[in-house]
Write a protein that binds this ligand. Structure first.
Ligand SMILES: Nc1nc2c(ncn2[C@@H]2O[C@H](COP(=O)(O)OP(=O)(O)O)[C@@H](O)[C@H]2O)c(=O)[nH]1
Ligand SMILES: [Mg+2]
Length: 376
């Protein structure tokens, strides 16, 4: 495909250089995370716009495992449009009794650790065992640039072609809080559609690990051997959130180093509090490339599920997560109403100026803004 630059429609035909704008032909891509959708530009026949489904149609389609309806239902619940909110919530409410039966696994690690390759290998392995696997991404960076997950999607090429799997890229707009709410709801919709393993990938940056930890049952930290001390330092806090550490790329010349790293991590883990009550976090090795160790880590996850369910910690965590979810929605709402409040907006510049110039102590400034918001 050749990318052509041309003048946009609104530029007069005989215009000169004063119009410097030019536009480039776009790229056609899959939209709903459904395999088989066009990933290269193909001429499309003119079809009428898709009819909006009713709440009952969304619910019936999702419950029947209809992939098209599933994609549309997720788009609906992810929508930022005010008019979609109520309908999305109605769909969710009806799906709720059919949710909760999957195992939700979060996967994190620095860029390049091999998360996408691992998810593809594990996903394919699970599909072969008869599981239905949904892959979601929580990527705070994509709230700014939409790039990264697209790359991942093409990387999980085999899995995205497998009809037993469903890959959903990260919701691409909103705050991390907004993305979180959407991801949680997407998990539920996928469960209602019959997916029994939910894999949530997140890039190991910023707050996203804590966020993903708050929506999954099992949290897996992918590591690489020989990464610098600085990197390991950053990872320490995250190690405390993990139910397993997995040193990836244990293949070829790297195998010895990976095994040594596993032993080091196991020693370090000895001094950390367990992420899940009654479960000892250990380190393992695998190669997402050769598939070695993939089955073993799934056995660890299955053992975790059984053990933690029996002890009651599994349900306890899910209940806590549900309440966390409620309050994170409350926080999200309050934050938005505060910053959209006309009165607050009217005095913000002045208050900020006062703080920056040193006339106004920050505590007083905060009080002033809150008073305004509360209408005192
Ligand atoms: N040798 C080796 N390379 C791997 C393995 N897993 C991933 N890679 C490579 O590491 C690079 C980054 O992998 P990717 O899955 O995109 O990492 P992500 O950024 O964590 O999602 C790619 O070039 C992969 O082919 C592995 O187990 N062994
Ligand atoms: Mg990736």
């Amino acid at each position: 495909m050749t990318k052509k630059h041309h003048k946009p429609d609104w530029v007069p035909e005989n215009a000169g250089k004063e119009f410097t704008t030019s536009v480039m032909d776009g790229v056609e891509g899959g939209h709903d995370g459904i395999p088989g959708q066009a990933s290269v530009a193909v001429p499309r026949p003119h079809t009428p716009r898709r009819r909006r489904l009713t709440v009952d149609e969304y619910v019936a389609g999702v419950l029947a495992g209809d992939r098209n309806v599933l994609g549309q239902a997720i788009t609906l619940v992810e929508s930022n449009a005010h008019s979609h909110f109520e309908m999305g919530q109605n769909v969710l409410r009806q799906l709720l009794p059919h949710t909760g039966k999957s195992i939700r696994v979060g996967i994190t690690g620095v860029p390049g650790a091999g998360k996408s390759t691992f998810i593809e290998a594990l996903g394919l392995h699970l599909c072969e065992q008869g599981h239905k696997v949904a892959v979601l991404a929580v990527d705070p960076s994509s709230t700014v640039t939409r790039g990264s997950i697209l790359g991942d999607k093409t990387r999980m090429e085999l899995l995205s072609r497998d009809l037993r799997a469903f890959i959903r890229p990260s919701p691409s707009s909103g705050t991390l809080g907004g993305v979180t709410r959407k991801s949680r709801e997407t998990i539920l919709v996928c469960e209602a559609a019959g997916f029994d393993v939910i894999l949530v990938e997140t890039v190991g940056v910023g707050q996203s690990e804590t966020t993903v930890r708050s929506m999954v049952d099992f949290f897996l930290l992918l590591m690489i051997a020989g990464a610098g001390d600085e990197l390991q330092g950053i990872k320490k806090g995250i190690m405390e959130l993990a139910d397993a550490l997995l040193v990836n790329k244990a293949d070829g010349d790297n195998k010895i180093k990976a095994n040594a790293a596993r032993a080091d991590y196991n020693r370090a883990l000895h001094y950390l509090a367990p992420a899940t009550e009654g479960w000892y976090t250990k380190a393992y090795t695998c190669s997402a490339l050769t598939g070695e160790g993939i089955d073993a880590i799934w056995k660890v996850i299955s053992e975790f599920r059984q053990q933690v369910t029996e002890s009651g910690a599994f349900d306890k965590r899910r209940q806590r997560q549900t309440l966390d979810w409620v309050y994170s929605m409350v926080e999200e709402h309050l934050r938005a109403s505060f910053f959209n409040h006309a009165g607050v907006g009217g005095i913000r510049a002045e208050v900020e100026d006062g703080v920056l110039k040193g006339h106004l102590p920050p505590t007083v400034a905060a009080q002033k803004l809150i008073r305004k918001f509360e209408g005192h």
